[in-house]
Design a protein around this ligand. Structure first.
Ligand code: BDP
Length: 698
C-alpha cells in the first residue's frame, strides 16, 4: 500500500487556519492556566483533549504503520476478551482527570464510579440525563491478569480496541500506551513493556465524545448560559444520536516476537470463468534483520478444512508475495445470486524461523470474486449486480451503538428473510463481527466512512477524512463483501471547494485500492454538484413526498426517474438510489393513507418501485436502498418522535407493514433476476377458489 506524505505529521496541528507547532507538554502548559470555569475556557478545555490527542496520537502515518488484523487464536497466539463490566466515571471538568492523574490509580480511588458494560454506549445505561447528554470526557478502567506463561514463551502482548467513540487515550498501569481519534475504527498497540506478568494489571481509558468542525463526523460546541454558569452543548446536523463509549470488544492477545503483521489479498477469476486467483502479500512484524531467512507457508483450505494448495515462500529468496491458482474455484457470490452464497476459503499463513524456532500461524478467510464496472454496470464474476437493500445504523435500545451479537445475528436473519442482497454502512464503519456475517452470508456492503454532512472543508478535515478511509481500507481490504467504498453521505457538494476536496480524497483512496469502485451519496441537485465527476458510481438520496411535496405520492414516479436519469446523463456513470422513505409510527393506520401511517409508508414504497422498474429498463440504474432498515435514535428535535421512524422494522426489529411489502418486491426481483424460487411462506393462504374459477371459465 502506498502511503501519503503527511505534512502535518506529529508536531503540527491546524486550527482556524493557523498552524501551531507544539508538543504535548508545551500545549498542556499553554492550556493549563485556562482552568477557570468561565464561559469560553470550558469549551477550550474540552477541545484541548482532542488537540492533545491529535498530536499524541498515532497521527495518520503513525496509525497506518503495520496492519490491524483481527485477533484470532491459533497454535501460536492467545486471545483474551476484556469485555465485561468496567468502572466508569464522568469528568464534568474535562481536565480534572488529567490534572489529578486518574490513570495512575484505580478509578474507584479517585472518586465514585459506577459499573459500565463494555461493549456498549454509556448514554442509555443509567437514568441520568447528565450521563446521556454528557459532552466531553469520561473515564473507564478495568483490571486484568497477564499469565506468567506469556513471559516464559517470550510473547509480545497486545491490546486492541475495536471502536471507542470518538477519541480515546489508553494507559496501561499508568503508562500512556495509545491514543486514537475517529470512532468506529480499531486501534492497537504492543504493550509488553507496560504489563506485569503473572500479576494484576490495570487499563484506564479516557473517552472524549466532543465533535468539532475538524472531526469526522463534524459537530459544533455551543455555550448555553444556565443561571450563573455556562453549559457546553454539543450540536450536529447528522441524523443519529452521538452515542459514545467503548462500543466494541477489547482484546488482549499475543504474537510471537516475529509475527504475521498483515496480509493483503486481491482475488480475480480467469477468463475461463472457473479458475480463481488469489494474490497475497504478507508483511512481517517484529525485529529480525532483512538478511535472516524466514520461511512462510501459505496454505489454502476449503470450508471443510481440506488442503487445496500449498505455497512455500522463503522471505529472502522469493519475497512474501505470491499467487495461488484455484482450479474449479467456488466463487464468492452474493445471497440469492447463487445456490451457495458467501463461500469463504481459509488462507493459512505460517511463518517459521529456523534459528529462533519461532513459528506464527494466522488464518485469514478469503472469498474469490472479481468486480468490474463501466458507465452503466457493476458486475461480480461477470454478472451484473442489482442492489436490493437498505441504509442501516448500528443502533438499539439500551446499548446504543454497542456491539450485540444477538442483535446482529437477528439483523442478518431479517435481511435474508426479506430477500435483500446489500446494504450501506451508513454513516460510519460497522463492527468487524457485522462485516464477518456479510462475508459469510453473501451480503454486499457499500462501506462508508464517517464523512456525513460534510461542510467547512479544511485541510485538517480532509486529512482526517483520508485517515478514516486509510484505516477503513486497512481493516476491510480483504473482505469480498465490500463492493464499494462510500466516501461521504450528503456532503455540501455544491460548494466550490468540494471539487478539489473530493478530487483529492478519491485520488487518495485509489492509491490504496483500485479494485473497488468509489461512490458518495449525494443529495444536492445534480446541476450544482461538484463531487460526482470524481466518483465511479453515483448514489443519491431524495425524500420525495416526505420532506418535499409531503402527502403527494403521485409526484414520486416522475421525480425519481427524472433525477436518476439526470445524474446518469451528467456523469455517464451507474446510478443507484441510496435513500428514500417515510417516517412511520408502527400501529398507526389511516385510510386513505396519511403521513406517518403504515399505509403511507407502503404506498410511498410502491410509487418508488414503479420508478425503479422503469429505470431498470434503462440499464444504468443499479440498485435501490430504502431508508432505513430499522428505527433508530437521533438527537432531540421536534421533527423526531423518539428518534427516526423510517425503519421498515421497529427499533426492536419487529416488522411494520412495509417490511412485508418490501419482502415481496425483493423476492420477486430475485426470482426475475436470479431465477430463485419464492419462499414457501411468500403468500398467506386466502381461499381455495380453484373449483369456482374452473366453473366460471367453463
Ligand atoms: C438523509 C440522511 C439520513 C437521515 C435521513 C432522514 O442521509 O442520515 O436519517 O435523511 O431524514 O438526509 O431520515
Amino acid at each position: 500500500m502506498s502511503k501519503r506524505n503527511y505534512a502535518s505529521k506529529c508536531s503540527f496541528i491546524f486550527l482556524d487556519n493557523k498552524t501551531l507547532m507544539c508538543s504535548i507538554p508545551v500545549l498542556s502548559s499553554l492550556l493549563w492556566p485556562m482552568m477557570s470555569p468561565n464561559k469560553n475556557s470550558r469549551i477550550a478545555l474540552v477541545m484541548t483533549f482532542l488537540w492533545m490527542n491529535t498530536i499524541a496520537s498515532d497521527t495518520p502515518a503513525g496509525n497506518l504503520q503495520g496492519g490491524i488484523l483481527y485477533p484470532r487464536e491459533s497454535e501460536s497466539r492467545e486471545v483474551k476478551l476484556l469485555d465485561g463490566i468496567w468502572n466508569f466515571r464522568l469528568s464534568l471538568d474535562p481536565l480534572m482527570g488529567f490534572k489529578e492523574k486518574w490513570f495512575t490509580k484505580d478509578l474507584s480511588k479517585t472518586g465514585s464510579v459506577i459499573p459500565m458494560p463494555v461493549p456498549s454506549s454509556y448514554n442509555d445505561i443509567t437514568m441520568e440525563r447528565k450521563i446521556r447528554d454528557h459532552v466531553g470526557i469520561v473515564w473507564y478502567d478495568k483490571t486484568f491478569f497477564v499469565p506468567d506463561s506469556w513471559r516464559q514463551f517470550g510473547y509480545h502482548v497486545w491490546m486492541r480496541f475495536s471502536s471507542v467513540h470518538y477519541a480515546a487515550q489508553v494507559w496501561i498501569n499508568g503508562h500512556l500506551a495509545m491514543s486514537h481519534e475517529i470512532g468506529h475504527l480499531p486501534f492497537h498497540r504492543e504493550i509488553t513493556s507496560f504489563v506485569q506478568f503473572g500479576k494484576q494489571n490495570r487499563v484506564t481509558v479516557a473517552v472524549d465524545n466532543t465533535l468539532l468542525q475538524t472531526t469526522l463526523p463534524q459537530g459544533l460546541l455551543q455555550d448555553l448560559p444556565v443561571e450563573d454558569t455556562v453549559e457546553t452543548i454539543q450540536t450536529y446536523t447528522f441524523d443519529f444520536f452521538n452515542y459514545a463509549g467503548i462500543h466494541r470488544s477489547v482484546h488482549l492477545y499475543t504474537t510471537p516476537t516475529i509475527y504475521i503483521d498483515d496480509v493483503k489479498i486481491l482475488t480475480d477469476v480467469k477468463t475461463d470463468g472457473t479458475t480463481g486467483l488469489i494474490h497475497y502479500n504478507i508483511t512481517i512484524g517484529g525485529s529480525f534483520s532483512k538478511e535472516e531467512s524466514v520461511m512462510c507457508f501459505v496454505d489454502l483450505l476449503d470450508q471443510d478444512g481440506n488442503f487445496i494448495v500449498r505455497k512455500n515462500r522463503n522471505s529472502t529468496l522469493d519475497g512474501l508475495s505470491g499467487t495461488i491458482e484455484v482450479p474449479n474455484a467456488k466463487l464468492w457470490w452474493p445471497y440469492l445470486m447463487h445456490p451457495i452464497p458467501g463461500y469463504m476459503y481459509m488462507l493459512q499463513l505460517q511463518l517459521s524461523q529456523k534459528d529462533s524456532g519461532i513459528n506464527d500461524v494466522y488464518r485469514q478467510p478469503v472469498g474469490i470474486r472479481n468486480l468490474k464496472w463501466n458507465a452503466t454496470t457493476l458486475t461480480i464474476n461477470g454478472k451484473p449486480i442489482y442492489l436490493r437493500g437498505f441504509g442501516r445504523h448500528e443502533d438499539s435500545d439500551i446499548r446504543g451503538k454497542g456491539l450485540d451479537l444477538a442483535l446482529i445475528t437477528k439483523d442478518y436473519n431479517l435481511i435474508k428473510w426479506i430477500g435483500a442482497n446489500a446494504y450501506r454502512t451508513s454513516h460510519y464503519p460497522y463492527a468487524e463481527e457485522i462485516m464477518d456475517f456479510a462475508d459469510q452470508q453473501g451480503i454486499m456492503i457499500i462501506n462508508e466512512c464517517p464523512g456525513v454532512d460534510l461542510v467547512n472543508y479544511s485541510i485538517i478535515l480532509r486529512n482526517k477524512h483520508m485517515d478514516s478511509m486509510a484505516e477503513l481500507i486497512r481493516r476491510d481490504k480483504n473482505r469480498p463483501s465490500v463492493i464499494m467504498w462510500s466516501i461521504a453521505n450528503e456532503p455540501r457538494s455544491q460548494l466550490k471547494e468540494a471539487a478539489e476536496y473530493f478530487r483529492s480524497v478519491v485520488e487518495f483512496v485509489k492509491s490504496y485500492d483500485e479494485t473497488r469502485p468509489i461512490t458518495a451519496v449525494l443529495n444536492r441537485a445534480e446541476n450544482e454538484d461538484e463531487a460526482g465527476q470524481y466518483l465511479d458510481i453515483i448514489g443519491f438520496n431524495r425524500y420525495n413526498s416526505w420532506y418535499s411535496n409531503t402527502g403527494r405520492l403521485e409526484v414520486i414516479r416522475e421525480k425519481v426517474e427524472d433525477e436518476a436519469y439526470k445524474w446518469h446523463t451528467k456523469y455517464n456513470k451507474p446510478v443507484f438510489m441510496a435513500e428514500y422513505g417515510a417516517d412511520t409510527i408502527p400501529g398507526l393506520h389511516i385510510n386513505p393513507s396519511y403521513v406517518w401511517s403504515e399505509e403511507y409508508q407502503v404506498e410511498l414504497l410502491s410509487e418508488h418501485f414503479k420508478a425503479f422498474d422503469a429505470l431498470r429498463k434503462k440499464q444504468f440504474f443499479i440498485g435501490e436502498m430504502i431508508w432505513n432498515f430499522a428505527d433508530f435514535n437521533t438527537a432531540q428535535t421536534v421533527t423526531r418522535v423518539g428518534g427516526n421512524k423510517k425503519g421498515i422494522f421497529t427499533r426492536q426489529r419487529q416488522p411494520k407493514a412495509a417490511a412485508h411489502h418490501l419482502r415481496k418486491r425483493y423476492w420477486l426481483l430475485a426470482t426475475e433476476l436470479e431465477k430463485v424460487p419464492l419462499p414457501l411462506d411468500f403468500e398467506n393462504y386466502e381461499a381455495d377458489v380453484s373449483e369456482n374459477i374452473l366453473k366460471v371459465e367453463l
